[in-house]
Design a protein around this ligand. Structure first.
Ligand SMILES: Nc1nc2c(c(=O)[nH]1)N[C@H]1C(S)=C(S)[C@@H](COP(=O)(O)O)O[C@H]1N2
Ligand SMILES: [Mo]
Length: 164
């Protein structure tokens, strides 16, 4: 059987849960409450520019994305940096907007970006809407995906290249 898991079912109406899936050993569905209780919470005070609405200022709280994704056990050998450097993930919002990040971008041995999966934006707890991706190093707001429904994790394999 393939270790590639099937696409998650859409969440039940009114229940904000999100799935980690793809090339992972342990696909899992989590709630914002799980994020709050399962990992150390970080704080990020950010400013990003929205093309249509101008500069936005927010304070987010939540765990580091890389720590949450590790729970799903992505299909690489964690000790092998070259394998990790071929992975990426697609963060999907409930409205169809999605964005891609590379694993190396958030990996402490590579870009080490302190990307969060926020449980709170300013004074608003995000339990009902779902978590929000927070990319503090981005100048543009497009990757601050809100109401995250699922994160697909996989590798980028280029035809004709070896995976060694
Ligand atoms: N799900 C989802 N998240 C999204 C978007 C979107 O269209 N859908 N737009 C992005 C863009 S372009 C910006 S600038 C920010 C705006 O965030 P704010 O309205 O909370 O300031 O949300 C981002 N997150
Ligand atoms: Mo935007």
């Amino acid at each position: 059987m393939s270790r590639l898991s099937a696409a998650p079912q859409p969440p039940l109406a009114g229940v904000a849960s999100f799935a980690l899936w793809g090339d992972v050993a342990h696909p899992v569905t989590l709630s914002v409450g799980d994020l709050r209780e399962g990992w150390e919470q970080h704080r990020a005070e950010v400013v990003f520019n929205c093309a249509s609405a101008g500069p936005q200022h927010h304070t987010f709280h939540g765990p580091l994305l890389r720590e949450v994704l590790a729970l799903a056990r992505p299909g690489f050998d964690p000790a092998r940096r070259k394998e990790r450097s071929r992975f990426l993930h697609a963060v999907n919002g409930g409205d169809g907007h999605y964005t891609v990040l590379s694993w190396a971008e958030i990996d402490a041995d590579f870009g080490d970006a302190p990307v969060l999966l926020a449980t709170r934006m300013d004074d608003e707890e995000l339990d009902a809407t779902g978590p929000q991706l927070v990319v503090p190093s981005d100048r543009c707001g497009a990757r601050y995906i809100g109401a995250v429904t699922d994160i697909w994790i996989g590798s980028c394999r280029v035809p004709g290249r070896s995976d060694e």
